[in-house]
Write a protein that binds this ligand. Structure first.
Ligand code: MSP
Length: 684
């Protein structure tokens, strides 16, 4: 958008969360020349008004800002690629998009990391931030702004809000004492610390007892207002399971939050008390305002705020859905429209973490498979909102089945047959048969279906709709059998079939543009079309007959070559799992049990604590099934228990056995007997 943009103070015209039906638009250079415009057709959103009367609804999307403690891994790329796909989609729909990402550069952990490396914290983060920006370039990320929390513009914003909330009386000075984890940069209550056995499992380090003079944020007095907001705005926290968790958490009562530290110095100073630095989450969350130009660039701020969606990983939902809205309420600012929490990308061996040394480097994957393959996998493999398992095998399988087989093959078949039967020319279509009609309808329905799925944050389902169109088109080819038409000399039919296929590929190039960054354009030029699919706009995919007749297609090269994993082939020759003798197997004792109670374990999102009746005794068992089962659905459920497993403590909770389950794509399914049996029945 040009500098000549004019933004109407829409907030002055009504509820900023709702687009007014009519707005006054400045129509000339002279102040006071206004015209009334009807906005109803634009739907939800706020808007920007460009001189010359162009109206665009705005869309503001953010990613969390990443800790530059080490290079980012595929899990971080997951959030950013998802946000990028949504931003690209909204731009293609004609929205004025602000897509923000950045880095969260303060805090004790960073200070310690820099000390270990013998450099200043600033020098330490600078090096990593360069690599993060390079990663986003490699992945085709189209962020409009990148906030580093060590930038002056951001530090000014944070100090401004802190001072504002202090003056209002919602920040006050007190004494803090608690159990602190350097990794989480957070304190735990005494009960939490006890449950955790004084040890943070996530960061594999002991909790430290710390005491300090500190400033507190009066969160406790905002519980009711926040609950009311959440209840009145069901879309505010999504998915629903996360909203329920947050509501339950707030209902237990909020405590005031310690929002300053004096035990280290790498942070933004409290503006009126330089001994203290501002709590890193207060600092980090405010980046969403910095990116929107608050408080100096009010034109920008009114244009984009409130944000449409903050995309976050599920582990940081509480910060975004509780602390952040309360900061905004205290500062008198409107709340974001949505906080959407997605799941984790995990490995077979568990969570990815630098400490465990099992992180997957996206740069290596891009070098091996190309950026589009990696983006496609991330967007398609895991239902957005759920956890999913990453493996290179799964990536290769996806690549081969969806991209090489379905889409690549469709393009290749179409273009080579066009050359073979029609000299590479897309001729005007003839009469439409029933088969063609259903194909056309399917093609034209695809953008709308994908669009509403994107809007509902169902990204993987949207990708699926695109994939289904490619398989449908492959079936269309099989049924239309162009080779037979050519043999019979039915040139008119051939012209129609290939016109429909060319239109299908044109639509596929457009609808794949939010997801992929290289292939859509390659496909576009192969189709002999002018311009590029990105600038076509989403609505162009909903129009029929756009390919100009007599267009000549190019020569097809595989868009997605099939991957043959040589190493894998070798491995497959030798069985990896050692074989057991009957005697070995007899050492394993498994029994049928019935779940008596099931409950969540605090701070352990994937675990449930079960008590299971196994006939002669009741065992307590910790099971990693919380992502797939709700505790209340498990009572009375029969399960298979490995009973002679050595007892262990998991997250500080005793576990005497293991409940057996199958894992399919990250989803757990309990193994159960095919009919009710007596507790304690042996499995043999
Ligand atoms: N700095 C905070 C966020 C502050 S936002 C105001 C932070 N940073 S982080 O670098 O640790 O993680 C950022 C985000 O990366 C997570 O919220 C999550 O979205 C994403 N992921 C990190 N590992 C992930 C997976 N293994 N899988 C999916 N996403 C994960 O938290």
């Amino acid at each position: 958008m040009s500098k000549a943009s004019r933004v109407m103070p829409v907030t002055a015209l009504g509820n900023p969360n709702r687009l007014p039906e009519k707005v006054l638009v400045e129509t000339g250079t002279k102040a006071g020349w206004y015209r009334e415009l009807d906005l109803a057709p634009l739907g939800r959103g706020h808007l920007s008004v460009v001189r010359g009367m162009t109206l665009k609804p705005t869309y503001y999307i953010t990613t969390p800002i990443y800790y530059p403690t080490a290079d980012l891994h595929i899990g971080h790329a997951y959030t950013t690629v998802a946000a990028d796909a949504l931003a690209r989609f909204k731009r293609m729909q004609g929205y004025d998009v602000l897509f923000l990402t950045g880095t969260d550069e303060h805090g004790q952990k960073l200070e310690s990391r820099a000390r270990e490396e013998g450099v200043s914290p600033q020098a330490f983060v600078d090096g990593i931030v360069i690599r993060i920006k390079e990663l986003w370039r490699l992945m085709g990320i189209t962020h409009d702004d990148f906030v580093r929390t060590t930038e002056k513009r951001h530090m000014d914003v944070v100090q401004h809000i802190f001072a504002q909330v202090f003056e209002k009386g919602d920040i006050y000075k007190g004494q803090y004492e608690g159990w602190y984890c350097e990794g989480c940069e957070g304190y735990f209550t005494a009960t939490q610390a006890r449950e955790m056995d004084g040890h943070c499992q996530d960061h594999e380090r002991p909790l430290q007892r710390l005491q300090e003079d500190a400033y507190f944020f009066r969160m406790s007095s905002y519980s009711d207002r926040l609950l009311e907001h959440i209840r009145e705005n069901p879309q505010f926290i999504q998915p629903e399971s996360r909203r329920n968790e947050i509501v339950a958490f707030i209902e237990r009562g909020l405590e005031d939050l310690c929002v300053s530290r004096s035990s280290f110095h790498w942070g933004i100073p409290v503006p009126f008390d330089e001994e203290h630095v501002i709590y890193v989450w207060f600092d980090a969350l405010s980046n969403y305002l910095t990116g929107a130009g608050y408080p100096d660039d009010l034109a920008r701020f009114e244009r984009y705020w409130p944000a449409d969606v903050h995309l976050v990983g599920k582990e940081i939902t509480r910060f975004h859905a509780i602390i952040w809205p309360i900061i905004l309420m205290a500062a008198g600012l409107p709340l974001p429209r949505q906080i959407f929490a997605h799941g984790w990308l995990v490995l077979d061996s568990g969570k990815m973490s630098k400490t465990r040394g099992n992180v997957v480097d996206p740069v290596i994957l891009i070098e091996k498979y190309g950026v589009d393959a990696v983006r496609y996998f991330l967007l398609c493999e895991v239902p957005f909102g759920m956890d999913g398992v990453y493996s290179e095998d799964a990536l290769i399988a996806r690549l081969n089945s969806d991209l090489a087989n379905d889409q690549g093959n469709l393009v290749h078949r179409t273009v080579s047959m066009l050359h073979k039967f029609l000299d590479g020319e897309v001729l005007p279509p003839g009469a439409e048969t029933e088969l063609d009609r259903s194909f056309r309808e399917r093609i034209l329905a695809t953008p709308e279906r994908m669009g509403s799925l994107f809007d509902a944050m169902e990204i993987s389902k949207a990708v699926n709709v695109m994939r289904e169109l490619a398989s449908f088109a492959n079936k269309y080819i099989d049924e239309a059998a162009p080779w037979a038409l050519a043999k019979e000399g039915q040139k008119d039919r051939l012209a129609t079939v290939f016109y429909y296929l060319a239109e299908c590929l044109r639509v596929l190039a457009i609808v794949s543009s939010p997801l992929l960054v290289e292939t859509p354009e390659k496909l576009w030029s192969l189709l002999g079309l002018e311009g590029n699919p990105r600038s076509e706009g989403w609505s162009k995919a909903q129009e029929w007959g756009v390919t100009p007749p007599h267009t000549r297609v190019g020569v097809s090269e595989p868009l997605f070559p099939r991957i043959v994993d040589e190493e894998k082939k070798e491995e497959k020759k030798q069985p990896k799992v050692p074989q057991l003798t009957m005697k070995d197997f007899q050492q394993v004792e498994m029994k049928v049990g019935t779940v008596k109670t099931a409950e969540a374990i605090p701070k352990a999102e994937r675990l449930l604590k079960l008590t299971v009746d196994i006939g002669d005794e009741v065992r307590q068992i910790v099971a990693g099934i919380a992502e797939s089962y709700r505790p209340e659905d498990l009572t009375g459920q029969q399960v298979v228990v490995l009973t002679n497993l050595r007892p262990a403590k998991i997250r500080g909770v005793k576990s005497e056995g293991m409940v057996l389950a199958a894992v399919d794509d990250g989803i757990m399914r309990l193994l159960v007997p095919d009919g009710r049996v007596e507790e304690g029945s042996k499995i043999s």
